[in-house]
Design a protein around this ligand. Sequence first.
Ligand code: IPM
Ligand code: MG
Length: 357
Amino acid sequence: MKIALLPGDGIGPEIMAEAVKLIDFLVKEGESIETETALVGGAAVDAFDDPLPDQTLKLCLDSQAVLFGSIGGPQYDSLPRPKRPERGLLRLRKAMDLFANLRPAKVYDALADSSTLKKDVVAGLDMMIVRELTGDIYFGEPRGIHTNEQGLRVGVNTMIYDENEIRRVAHWGFQAAQKRRGMLCSVDKMNVLESTQLWRDVVIEVSRDYPDVKLTHMLVDNAAMQLIRQPQQFDVIVTGNLFGDILSDEASMLTGSIGLLPSASLNQSGQGLFEPIHGSAPDIAGKGIANPLAQILSLAMLFRYSLQRSDLAERIELAVEQVINQGVRTKDIARAGERVVSTSAMGDAVVNALQRQ
Ligand code: IPM
Ligand code: MG
């Protein structure tokens, strides 16, 4: 099994170190896992003046899976856009054709109190957002800022999908629902936007292949509201790149902390990139207080989706649940008065739980 490790910026390297502890432990148990580390994001801009250097891209394309930390930081925000860390990630997603982004949001019983929402609204929540990741307004042309004939500056982006892009991610949505509670909600804005009218039409066409899945449709503004009103109604949501970006951050807060949520980005051949959905959190970087669980759970998804090792995925997920049930808490998930552990102590606790299984 060959995994590329891209720690990135901010808290990325700290949380990656904890996932690596798990990999080292599994290797000691006898698994053959080969890893290679490369620079990406701001770290790569600093070293090579490029957020996605050729050698990093090549390593990723040659690996079965990429474990990605996080990228970005205020010191890079004024760089020209092609040099910005975020552009490196977008280029990598595009180059690997990682069109299907799975973002599960699950509330652990022991943490139902940590959400900013009332416990009875979020308790037991277990949903997944399937976000299209290589199209939409993120990549559409024309784009840019120019000056028009009247001398006014104009900012332009293009929201665009072709039917193939919609169809392939819709299949992922239906298949995810089949493995779960059999409900798929497709989110669009078809009352205003033509590109999302096509989205709805194509999702309905694809639904004919999945008579066992109950398909519903929701406008994105309503979906944003329903997610905090009654999130339990959702099993799987499938949506475009922009709406999925926004709704998945919203869904993450239902679980109490964005520091808990992993994600998988996959292409047609099962190769994938696995990353926490949180960012590089520059404000807490280097302090040893970041929560490594989203990174560790991303490693679990990597084993499940790209390496076909659901057994290892389940062991890691169980170990995380055990550690949470034991009351081990990083700052982001601790309630007033609870003892707080460091990033590294949280990683050690997960390794110990694995060892005891
Ligand atoms: C995410 C992030 C990225 C995105 C940024 C860092 C480009 O917000 O993965 O959700 O918008 O896709
Ligand atoms: Mg986002």
